[in-house]
Write a protein that binds this ligand. Structure first.
Ligand code: EPU
Length: 331
């Protein structure tokens, strides 16, 4: 197998980037052939999903691999649940729509950009639901050992926008399949306030819930096809209870949420208060409807983004003494 060379990579943030080597695979045997080639040549391997949560370097000195595998199969079922094994190359939103044929649980995660294989890495979440709740296991190949592995949901150590694939196994795994344990009974999660308001009194169906989620997303988040962005750019910070109390005394209207190990704050609110909502710094800025979303107005470089990130982090720190951590992964 011979990879293509010096190929432009696309990401939803529209950063200019070139892969030294690039290949796609339609089967696990093709994937193994690419890994063999890379080992022989002494070239690093970097899997890329949909490019919706990455900060691409201008030159990626590696063999960048993308999956064309997109099969879905039911592997087990009981009266209450169905286990569905989905290839990592599937588009996430298409799978969410398709999942209604098998079971329920993923409706609130509609319209999130990216692939199924990338979803466990940051444990995607939205509107009261996290991927972790619906994953039975994750399958993939570990690059350092070339072993096929299966990680149970517990092994994945899912947490808020976090998993083992961002920590101990960072950069060492190509996720090839994700097994979902879907519920055969529809029990909508309406814990997110705007969804609770939307549903009040009405009968909720899987389809109507998914459509409501899409409508909320479209009203708040810019479409990357129209305005380049990578969704939320910072994680919502979790601070210790005493610090949250002090902040709330000073800013009583500050949104807070209970979280593991402390209190979760709304990064979008902090950024807005720091004066960055709708503000630009050259070719980049923080979105006017959702201050947590960093947007590229066109032609921005990684350096432009890094300058804005530093400025926003500094301003939020100076005002609140809260550190903001970027969500997208450097690639
Ligand atoms: N807020 C502001 N100003 C802003 C933005 C938000 O004051 O400019 C306030 C809102 O009024 C609200 C609070 O902050 O009180 C939270 O805002 P929102 O409900 O819009 O959600 P978020 O915390 O900003 C998170 C996820 C999103 C997810 C939504 C809905 C993170 C980093 N982001 O955003 O995920 O869609 O909740 O569940 O956790 C993503 O990860 O890319 C993403 C879009």
């Amino acid at each position: 197998m011979t990879p293509q060379q010096n190929i432009s990579l696309t990401s939803t943030l529209a950063l200019p980037a070139t892969a030294r080597y690039y290949g796609r695979y339609q089967s696990t045997s093709e994937l193994l052939s690419w890994l063999g080639w890379a080992q022989q040549q002494g070239v690093a391997v970097r899997p890329l999903g949909g490019g919706s949560n990455v900060l691409l370097a201008p030159e990626v000195d590696a063999l960048v691999l993308q999956s064309d595998m997109c099969q879905v199969q039911v592997v087990h079922e009981t009266e209450c649940h169905r286990w569905v094994l989905v290839d990592g190359g599937c588009d996430w939103h298409s799978w969410v729509v398709d999942s209604a044929h098998y079971g329920h649980g993923l409706e609130n995660l509609a319209l999130i950009p990216g692939t199924v294989g990338a979803a466990p890495i940051q444990n995607i979440g939205a509107y009261g639901v996290e991927l972790a709740e619906w994953v039975a296991w994750v399958e993939g190949v570990q690059l350092s050992t070339r072993q096929w592995q299966r990680w149970s949901a517990q092994d994945c150590r899912f947490a808020y926008r976090d998993s083992i694939f961002k920590r101990e196994l960072r950069g060492d795994v190509i996720i090839t399949r994700v097994c979902f344990r879907l519920s055969r009974r529809f029990e909508p999660n309406l814990s997110y306030q705007p969804l609770a308001e939307w549903s009040a009194g009405a009968q909720v169906t899987p389809h109507s819930l998914r459509e409501a989620v899409c409508a909320i997303r479209r009203s708040k988040l810019p479409d990357p096809a129209e305005l380049a962005n990578a969704g939320s750019f910072f994680k919502n910070p979790v601070v210790a209870q005493p610090q949250a109390q002090l902040l709330q005394q000073r800013w009583p209207q500050m949104p807070t949420y209970p979280a593991q190990g402390g209190v979760k704050l709304a990064a979008g609110w902090l950024i807005e208060q720091a004066g960055w909502k709708g503000r630009r710094l050259g070719k980049v800025g923080m979105h006017r409807q959702q201050a947590l979303v960093l947007v590229n107005y066109g032609g921005a470089s990684l350096g432009d983004i890094e300058a804005l990130v530093r400025q926003v982090q500094t301003d939020v720190w100076q005002r609140f003494k809260v550190a903001l951590e970027p969500e997208p992964q450097r690639f």
